[in-house]
Design a protein around this ligand. Structure first.
Ligand code: ADP
Ligand code: MG
Length: 290
């Protein structure tokens, strides 16, 4: 009867937009004790809007936006979309950058109209000993805003704060999993304060922030033990290795191709509550199988 039960559940799930790609998922959901979530685009909408631009060293807002959006126009990160949207709203023309490079997990770099431009994370600033208005940065971060810095020819031109929105469905998903005895952990590349702010709103059990893309998989490996099955949920390219290393890798929403190819389960909709639905369905099916 087992193959039939599996086939039927797989079909029922597919009708609800829950695609089971690996049959081992039924077994791997059985003893789940923890679900790990990427933050941006998974727990949050992944749509950033600029809330503040704090210029420095005589630069002007629109000038900074021109340089920043020129670089960001080549990036697929949600931060990039937020910056480009603002430039578009203000009718700012941006240009194709030269020597464009992404600094993994830390930002972007390139030449725009003869100037070396970088849009980078607070971590990059600290590592390179570039000073900025620390108090202002702390205040913005504590409000849950993601802050990036624009450097033009090695000079700090501006601090840009962007806000994303927490999904209501994320809150419900986390509390329903808790009722099922499953804890939650956030794993994000974003800074500590923002991560903690979001985790607090969602009443999550654990937070690991400021992780580089390749470190996400290491965290999963370390957290996983024989007695503690864990699931990982994410949408980004940088989540793929972590999805591969979890007992149950769940790609969510219109995620990147890499994430979807790597995951054991793909959730078609952008709804964290589907994480609960799929775990519940996998477990119920497993019980019928044995
Ligand atoms: P997440 O886990 O939230 O998806 P990422 O690893 O993609 O985080 O990014 C980590 C950090 O690197 C961001 O919070 C940001 O500070 C910086 N960063 C990444 N991509 C960009 C970009 N296109 N523009 C500016 N900053 C970026
Ligand atoms: Mg993400």
């Amino acid at each position: 009867a087992a193959p039939l039960v599996v086939a039927r559940s797989t079909a029922i799930a597919a009708n609800r937009g829950l695609l089971i790609r690996d049959r081992a998922s039924f077994e791997n959901a059985r003893n789940l004790k923890l679900v790990v979530y990427d933050k941006t685009g998974t727990l949050t909408e992944g749509r950033f809007g600029i809330t503040e631009i704090i210029t420095e060293n005589g630069f002007e807002e629109n000038e900074v936006l021109m340089y920043a959006s020129s670089l960001e126009s080549l990036s697929e990160h949600p931060i990039a979309q937020g910056i480009v949207d603002e430039a578009n709203n203000r009718n700012i023309t941006y240009y194709d950058p030269q020597e464009f490079e992404s600094i993994t997990g830390k930002g972007l770099e390139g030449m725009v109209r003869g100037k070396r431009v970088r849009v980078v994370s607070p971590g990059f600033m600290k590592e390179n000993g570039i000073t900025f208005h620390e108090e202002m940065y702390q205040t913005l971060s504590r409000q849950g805003k993601t802050v990036v810095f624009v450097l033009i020819d090695n000079q700090l031109a501006a601090m840009i704060a962007l806000a994303d929105q927490i999904r209501e469905t994320a809150k419900r998903a986390i509390s329903r999993l808790k009722e099922m005895g499953i804890e939650s952990m956030m794993l994000t590349g974003d800074n500590r304060q923002v991560a903690h702010w979001v985790a607090e709103q969602l009443q999550m059990n654990q937070v690991i922030a400021e992780v580089l893309p390749h470190e996400k998989a290491d965290v999963i490996k370390k957290t996983k033990t024989e007695h503690r099955q864990i699931a990982m949920t994410g949408d980004g390219v940088n989540d793929a290795p972590a999805l591969a290393n979890a007992d149950l890798g769940i790609a969510i929403g219109a995620g990147t191709d890499v994430a979807m190819e790597t995951a054991d389960v793909v959730l078609v909709r952008n709804n964290p509550e589907d994480v609960v639905s799929i775990i519940d369905l996998l477990r119920k099916t497993y019980r019928k199988m044995v």
